[in-house]
Design a protein around this ligand. Structure first.
Ligand SMILES: Cc1cc2nc3c(=O)[nH]c(=O)nc-3n(C[C@H](O)[C@H](O)[C@H](O)COP(=O)(O)O)c2cc1C
Length: 227
């Protein structure tokens, strides 16, 4: 008998549809997950951008915060006008997707040392006050989920690298997810993805190949371990 698993939520954010490394790593993970009988819910925040927050989002958020942690239904009941309704309608489906997933796979390129704006727009929207806290018990709802973040960067940011201190992609997501109560979080980074394109990276072909091989085998290992 095949056991159907709760869905994996797979979010991609690379603007590159042809050669994206984070998309390739994510696909590897998702295919392995499907092969094990799991289902996948997919969201591409580059192809279908999440609209930036508007004033009504902040207004509704403040009203909710004053009351404490509320259920999603109770939040909806606090909506006061059409602008707030629009903001909540844009937000609720994204929050629900995360809450319903057993595991979350995030494909994240490094853009200007951090995460892409399209991905940050998704983060901002799902982070509505109390969205991932049980209003009755206070339990953090992300604590029960596995998060896998597949990062891709053009250069190298590992310990001792000249650009180590410029790394705000993985470190940002580590801080964010930990603050939200997610403690089963694994990062897989493929580095030096622009070797061959950027002359400053000439000579680093072996490092690039090793990083690619390690990232790919780690992704497969994780998909098997988590499913
Ligand atoms: C807008 C933009 C900004 C980038 N900024 C950086 C950067 O700050 N550091 C870096 O190492 N690579 C940077 N890159 C290179 C990407 O991180 C690299 O191409 C990576 O593979 C992108 O992920 P993807 O292959 O999934 O699209 C940048 C690329 C783009 C398009």
């Amino acid at each position: 008998m095949t056991v159907m698993l709760a869905p994996l939520l797979h979010v991609d954010s690379s603007a590159d549809r042809e050669a994206s490394v984070s998309r390739q790593l994510g696909r590897l993970f998702a295919d392995e997950w499907r092969g094990g009988g799991g289902t996948v819910r997919y969201r591409d925040v580059s192809a279908e951008p999440v609209p930036p927050l508007r004033e009504a989002y902040a207004r509704l958020g403040r009203r909710v915060e004053r009351k404490g942690v509320l259920s999603l239904d109770d939040i909806a009941a606090l909506v006061e006008d059409a602008d707030e309704q629009r903001e909540w309608d844009l937000t609720l489906p994204l929050i629900t997707e995360v809450r319903e997933a057993r595991a979350v796979l995030l494909g994240v390129p490094m853009y200007n040392f951090g995460v892409p704006a399209t991905f940050k727009a998704w983060i901002d929207r799902i982070s509505f006050p109390g969205a991932f806290v049980d209003p009755v018990t206070g339990r953090k709802l992300l604590a029960d989920k596995d998060f896998v973040v597949v990062n891709a960067r053009g250069g190298g940011y590992g310990p001792g690298a000249p650009r180590e201190k410029f790394e705000f992609q993985e470190s940002y997501l580590r801080a964010y997810l930990s603050d939200k109560g997610a403690d089963r979080v694994t990062f897989v980074s493929q580095e030096f993805t622009r070797v061959g394109d950027v002359p400053a990276l000439d000579g680093l072909e072996d490092l690039a190949a090793a990083s690619r091989a390690t990232a790919r085998s780690r992704v497969l290992e994780l998909a098997r371990a988590i499913r």
